[in-house]
Design a binder for this molecule. Structure first.
Ligand code: TYM
Length: 382
């Protein structure tokens, strides 16, 4: 939890203000991904990833330990998730695209949690029917990312509670209300479902070890907002006979409008995977940039990509080629390229990306069973 004058707030349920990532590392007590760790990753993967090179994944817990174990032959599983409170936006895809790469490179099993219970408890306006619909819709997005079905298990908390409850009750017994309140800032008005919820988010970190009766390391790729959960999960892990989960954490893709906030009440602030390509184009063309008031001024003085949402979209997803990105940055700072032209490059990329994603999303409707965690029921040792 973090709050100060410039109003930085980073919790699993709210991210706002100007994000100071150095301060988050310090306050949350995570580690920076340094050169040594990066080299260790690349030694195994044999291939670089722009999200690591650009420090979009910048922080971790115990990743060095998990990789050492891997090198010794003690393979890890990976775990990530989504709270289905609305449509999926481009920012959510960042950890998932990276997770797909990680899954391929380490040839490992992925547990993907859809926390429909969480969203039902935390969002007062979400009806049970709506949250179930969103769980289905979001699962299609997860599948459309392209994970390997034989190695991917999508867990839906409400539907798959029979596989989760035995672990959740054990976690819940080890976490006091005062700890949960200190870590998550719960107020007296929080419903008791919400107070119990962190035990559910801990479960997939231990599920593999529990099912197969073998302590297995776990790495969690996600944005740093989820870190408070991993503090609790790590606190209880050894008490319950499991390894503490490791994590690898990314920065946030900002919103497309001034102020950088993505907000469901302002649909123009983010591109959603369900937007029509035409709508996405409209959002890009209306996006906030680091441009000057007039074209003349911009040609003379250049623009500022550091505050530009279009540049952030390139950096995070749509321009993985470093040379191309450096070229655009140079032209932007030097006033050679105006914002309109720059947007004209981004718009068709997003449109193509959406068309392809939506095609795979459509196909996913017939493929849900291939990814369902229900497949694990037969494997559980009781
Ligand atoms: P949720 O649905 O808020 O977010 C899903 C994933 O997206 C990350 N994220 C972002 N990444 C980049 N830019 C952004 N603007 C942005 N906004 C969100 C989140 O960190 C997350 O990785 N409680 C969780 C669901 C969950 C989970 C997990 C997430 C359950 N188990 C394990 C990560 C790992 C939630 O509501 O995420």
């Amino acid at each position: 939890m973090s709050k100060d004058n410039d109003e930085m707030v980073v919790t699993p349920w709210e991210v706002k203000g100007k994000i100071d990532y150095d301060r988050l590392i310090e306050e949350f007590g995570t580690q920076r991904i340094d050169k040594k760790l990066l080299d260790r990753i690349y030694k195994i993967t044999g291939e670089k990833h722009f999200m690591l090179d650009r420090e979009l994944f910048f922080s971790h817990r115990d990743l060095d330990w998990a990789l050492k174990e891997y090198e010794k032959g003690n393979r890890f599983i990976i775990y990530t998730g989504r709270g289905p409170s609305g449509n999926v936006h481009i920012g959510h895809l960042v950890p998932w695209i990276f997770t797909k790469w990680w899954q391929e490179k380490f040839d490992t099993r992925l547990y993907f949690q859809l926390t429909n219970d969480e969203k039902f408890w935390f969002d007062q306006d979400l009806t049970f029917d709506k949250v179930k619909q969103l769980t289905y819709d979001n699962a299609l997005d997860v599948i459309a990312v392209g994970f390997e079905p034989e190695n991917t298990f999508i867990i839906q908390d409400i539907e798959h509670i029979d596989m989760m409850y035995e672990i959740a009750v054990q976690v819940a017994k080890k976490v006091t209300f005062s700890t949960a309140r200190a870590v998550f800032g719960f107020e007296n008005s929080m419903n008791i479902g919400g107070i119990f919820y962190p035990s559910m988010q801990a479960v997939p970190a231990f599920l593999h070890s529990w099912i197969y009766g073998k302590k297995t390391p776990c790495i969690i790729p996600c944005a740093i907002d989820q870190d408070p959960h991993w503090r609790i999960t790590r606190d209880v892990a050894e008490k319950l006979g499991y390894y503490k989960p490791a994590s690898i954490q990314n920065k946030f893709v900002p919103g497309l409008q001034e102020g950088g906030k993505m907000s469901s009440s302002n649909p123009m602030s983010a591109v959603y995977t369900t937007d029509t390509p035409k709508m996405a184009r409209k959002k890009v063309m209306a996006a906030f940039t680091g441009g000057r008031d007039t074209a003349d001024e911009q040609r003379k003085l250049g623009a500022n990509p550091d505050i530009c949402s279009v540049f952030k979209y390139y950096n995070f997803i749509f321009m993985p080629d470093d040379k191309e990105l450096a070229d655009i940055e140079k032209k932007c700072r030097g006033g050679e390229m105006l914002c309109g032209e720059c947007k004209q490059i981004l718009a068709p990329r997003i449109m193509k990306f959406l068309e392809e994603h939506q095609e795979r999303r459509e196909e996913a409707k017939e493929r849900l069973h291939e990814f369902s965690a229900a497949r694990l029921r037969d494997e559980i040792r009781r």
